[in-house]
Ligand binder design. Structure first.
Ligand SMILES: C[S@@+](CC[C@H](N)C(=O)[O-])C[C@H]1O[C@@H](n2cnc3c(N)ncnc32)[C@H](O)[C@@H]1O
Length: 340
């Protein structure tokens, strides 16, 4: 005992407490990671990292996979990246990364996720329309992808779980904070056709009223007519958080691309909105069924990054809580072995 004390191997936090033997991680044989992992829990409805994407995996799982199979600076490719769990873990672990997904929905969720949780991450998105011609090409190619993209461009989120079909005049929603702990919402209606008319504004007005929304936005490919503009003006104003906003606003894709944003209170992103959604029990707005996703084999969108990875360590989620100490030890051990 005396010799262990002299070696600094015995710790006693206070006199009278039981002395403890100090062990170092690299002296323990540990347990190699097995091929059956049951210590990482799925993303549950209350999880901090939950985004509402139906197939979302826990970050801790992707971190383990990436840590045990690559080194910092390597490139991680996830060709079906969904809401970007692998991208998130790769960025956190100082890997470069490339994510590919077939739907705009996924890419926008990832962009939101990175800007919220990893604000230092630098990345590029490929395959999105950058001008009116590109937007028109997307509208001609796939009405739904166009709607999702245009909704995102307007600062909104897809409605009805990103499902295709009857939408009751709502293509997307604007979720905004109007005060401390207070939220409200607006309707987004997207028209990708070459012909637009005043009926579209009238219909939006009725939807806003019937659904109890605070405001509505009509996003059009084509220039609105004078009659449409007039109707939007006569729809009046709404006061949110002591500020007056036009109740109906019309924006063309060209205006949105040029940065003429919707005049609305502070808009919430998918990531910011996810916790609020789980507590108020509203429907899952960003979900995309695998069947729908598979049906959209027409456009691949890539997102790449990892350039600021070195400075990202401190800005992460609270993931360690999702991993048992035993699992963390196993991962550390395998890392020690790999570098040895
Ligand atoms: C199982 S999910 C990925 C989940 C992901 N690991 C996460 O944590 O979010 C599969 C993804 O593949 C995408 N997908 C389906 N077919 C595709 C294709 N042909 N090319 C690229 N992505 C595709 C879907 O849109 C979906 O987001």
């Amino acid at each position: 005992m005396q010799s262990l004390i002299e070696d600094g191997r015995i710790i006693q936090t206070r006199p009278g407490t039981v002395p403890q033997y100090k062990r170092y991680l690299d002296e323990m044989p540990g347990v190699p990671v097995s091929d059956d992992w049951d210590d990482i829990r799925p993303v549950n409805s209350q999880a901090h990292e939950r985004l509402g994407y139906p197939t979302q995996k826990p970050v801790a799982l992707l971190e383990r996979i990436i840590e045990t199979s690559s080194n910092p600076g390597d490139v991680v490719l996830d060709p079906f990246c969904g809401c970007g769990t692998a991208v998130h873990a790769a960025q956190k672990l100082q890997r470069k990364w490339i994510g590919v997904d077939i739907t705009h929905l996924a890419i926008h969720v990832i962009a939101d996720r990175l800007s919220r949780w990893m604000p230092l991450a630098r990345f590029k998105i490929y395959g999105q329309p950058r001008d009116v011609a590109g937007a028109q090409a997307l509208a001609d190619l796939d009405k739904y992808q166009f709607q999702w993209w245009a909704t995102w461009l307007a600062g909104g989120q897809p409605h009805g779980g990103g499902k295709k079909g009857a939408d009751g005049g709502i293509d997307g929603t604007l979720e905004f904070a109007t005060g401390r702990g207070e939220q409200n919402w607006g309707v987004v209606s997207v028209k990708g056709g070459k012909n637009v008319g005043v009926d579209m504004v009238r219909q939006l007005d009725a939807v806003i009223r019937n659904e109890g929304a605070a405001m509505g936005v009509l996003v059009t490919m084509a220039e609105p007519t004078r009659e449409m503009e007039r109707w939007a003006v006569t729809a009046g104003h709404v006061v949110l958080g002591n500020v007056r906003y036009r109740r109906i606003q019309i924006r063309t894709i060209e205006q949105l691309l040029a940065g003429q944003a919707i005049d609305a209170p502070h808009l919430l992103t998918t990531v910011q909105e996810a916790p609020a959604k789980s507590t108020r029990g509203a429907g899952n707005k960003v979900a995309l069924s695998p069947a729908d996703a598979l049906a959209q084999r027409n456009m691949l969108l890539a997102i790449t990054g990892g350039k600021a990875a070195g400075r990202q360590g401190a800005l992460d989620l609270d993931e360690p809580a999702l991993v048992s100490p035993r699992a963390l030890d196993a991962v550390k051990l395998s890392r020690t072995r790999r570098s040895a």
